[in-house]
Design a protein around this ligand. Sequence first.
Ligand SMILES: *Cc1c(COP(=O)(O)O)cnc(C)c1O
Length: 426
Amino acid sequence: MSNKKIETKCLHSGYTPKNGEPRMLPIVQSTTFKYESSKEMGDLFDLKAEGYFYSRLANPTNDAVAAKIADLEGGVAAILTSSGQAANFYALFNIVGAGDHIVASSAIYGGTFNLISVTMKKMGIDATFIAPDSSYEEICTAIKPNTKAVFGEVLANPALAVLDIETFAKAAHDNGVPLIVDNTFPTPINCRPFEFGADIVTHSTSKYMDGHATVVGGVVVDSGNFDWSQYPQKFACIVDPDPSYHGISYSEQFGKGAYITKLTAQLMRDLGSIPSAMNCFLLNLGLESLHLRVERHCQNAEKIAKYLEAHEKVTWVNYPNLECNRYFELAKKYLPKGSSGVISFGIKGGRDAATAFMDSLELCTVATHVADAKTCILHPASTTHRQMTNEQLIESGTTPDLIRLSVGIENADDIIEDIEQALTKI
Ligand SMILES: *Cc1c(COP(=O)(O)O)cnc(C)c1O
């Protein structure tokens, strides 16, 4: 599939039915798989043969959808997880352990910020957070001898900062560590981070990929480009024999597939967090129209961002594709087809006016979600980000007055009409 255009891949990658087989990806709703002999199954356990034996490690429906996303991103392999949180945790924990260190952009999703700064810290993993606009030198300064990964979001949720992927990748690579980026908001339709040097991409598929607010899920995709064996001491976990897997070396035995094979064989085996085959089927349905939806989300969002920008009751609008935006140039480079359907803005009167405005909306629904087909709206400081202090909020780019609008694929004029009537009520 890799020579086809991305729109075609959305429909056809990952599953090619043979003569007389189902047109649609089958849901293999089975925990186990049957074999004729113990020897055949033993070879599977030893990773000597390819095949399915237990759905915690692999399932045909899951694999087909993972292969589709790997193809959309231009990667070599991918694994689906039961949530975006699990995807980011696994992507990092696959190469980072107690005594190690992570350098992360401070403009990231609140859940990921907590994961790295609180939960992974309890596991003995340290982190340094740096501004998303850090220079090459600033990134290099934050990297320590025990740093194992640099992490950022291509388009930060909800700050909408655009990551300079090339600068982050160069700083990471010059220090012998991979760059992991969360590409949830742009999706591979708007940005393919591997083309700019990122090594590993993660997604919360709960957003545009599923697209209909139906299933929570995540994915980790490997470009296959980071050469672990070049740093055998730093990445001993991939290069050295794994005693929990009969002493195999992932980098030696699986080459470009080492990272995802290790993640599957160790982390999925020990921690679980696989999505159900049914959820993978639903995710696949979403992926089939991803290209159409993302295009419309962006068209609508641009129209609404311009409307808000011109409104007297609106104090500021943050949308990377507006010319006045501080990320406009980076957006032109990394997100030329559009950023996403997400806009943030502030209205006159701060916190109280924001609440009054939101309570007056009729079509736009208040929801702790973004990036699905229906327009939804949220005040992060009082909901998703409520564990954060005012200082942390400002540092992460999510100011206390920020309203996050996730523009859906309704008719843009209907959305504007709803916003207009709610603004007149404050
Ligand atoms: C939502 C989100 C996550 C977490 O994903 P879940 O599927 O909700 O677990 C991680 N990163 C980003 C950028 C997100 O928007």
